[in-house]
Each structure stands twice: as structure tokens, then as C-alpha cells.
Design a protein around this ligand. Sequence first.
Ligand SMILES: O=C[C@H](O)[C@H](O)[C@H](O)COP(=O)(O)O
Length: 225
Amino acid sequence: MTQDELKQAVARAAIGYVVDGEIIGVGTGSTANFFIDELAAIKHRIKGTVASSEATAARLQGHGIPVFDLNEVDSIAVYIDGADEIDASGAMIKGGGAALTREKIVASVSKSFVCIADGSKLVGTLGKFALPVEVIPMARNAVFRQLAALGGQPKVRVKPGTDEPFVTDNGGHLIDVAGLSITDPVGLENTINGITGVIAVGLFAARGANVCLLGTAEGVKTLSW
Ligand SMILES: O=C[C@H](O)[C@H](O)[C@H](O)COP(=O)(O)O
């Protein structure tokens, strides 16, 4: 099976976690896009969605699926999203698609987090994928120096084909930190959250996944915590 077929398989399996009549939180990225396309087929069963990025909102609306502002919503039944890496405890690195902050916000008000990922995303130790950190633009270099002091190799994410910093949906900049071996995900998440100027770090460990639907050649495996 191709990686896209594995993503499609987990996206389809995630439909089993959609709660009828409720608001569903929807993530960002290629795997989440497959999920959105599956959700379109059962859109009449749900009240609507909250999107974790402008791109996701546009794709949902393109399918005629209602998208609510988070401020209009009291609670979200389930949040369904991909990951760049996930470990055996359900801790994840996210933000390769630049949506980490809104993803973290939507996940934080969701009753459960269902991660959908192809098998390549399951790792023993997080950190091979460079850890994204969203920062307030004026603090970019100050945060950069503090991230370097943690032992990784930070790099400012740029707009493709330019030297200009990439700008997120929130107007933030991104620093990707390579070379970390994250043996204490909750500790590192707290440490980076404590750096002044950081908006959010793409470590989802204090609040990790409750379920991971993992696409493998042998079928969709379910991990739960
Ligand atoms: O910002 C993007 C998100 O955290 C994605 O969930 C993550 O990058 C995984 O994306 P994909 O499903 O495309 O591998």
C-alpha cells in the first residue's frame, strides 16, 4: 500500500469516532484532508466542525460542512488530526503543516483526541522530526537563542523560495528545532512553553492522543491511552 492509501484507510476508520449530532474538531494536513473528504459523506449526521486552520476551514466549507468559530462553541466531542511523530505513550510532534497553535487550542477543548497516522509516524523516541515552535515575530531571535541552548539546532522556517520568515494563520513565525532526542516530552513541553515569546510548541505531550489509528500493511491498528 502507498502512504496515501494508508492515510486514507485511517481517515476512513476515524469516521467510527465521529459522534452524531455533535461538533467535531478537525485537524490540518494531508491525513486530515483525507478525513475531511470522508466526513463529507456523513455531514448530515453532525452539527458541525471547528477547524484548526484556514486551509482546513476552506476544505470543510468546500464540502458544505458547517464550520463554527471556537468562540461559538462550548465543547467539542472529539478532535481528529494527524501527527508528524507519535510515541508509544501517545505524545506527539505536530506542526509540520504550521497549524500547531490552533490545533492545540481546538484539542484542548475536545473531550478526546483521535490521532490518524500512517505507520511511519510511530517512533520510539520523539525528535527525529524537527520540533516546530511558533513565536511572536519580535521575539524570534531571542527565542531562537534559548532553543539553541536546549541542545537542538533551531532553524527559522521560511516562505518557500524566499529568505522571508513563514507567517502562520496567527501572524506568528516558526522555528523548527532539529537534533533533539525527546526523552521527557512533558518536561520539554513545559520548558519551551515557559520561554517568553513562545506562542506554542508542537509537542502534544501533557495532552496527548487518547486513541491512535495507525495505518499499516496489515490493516489499521488501534492504540489507546
Ligand atoms: O501542522 C500540521 C499538523 O500538525 C499535521 O497534523 C502534521 O503536520 C501531520 O501532517 P500530515 O498528515 O500531512 O503528515
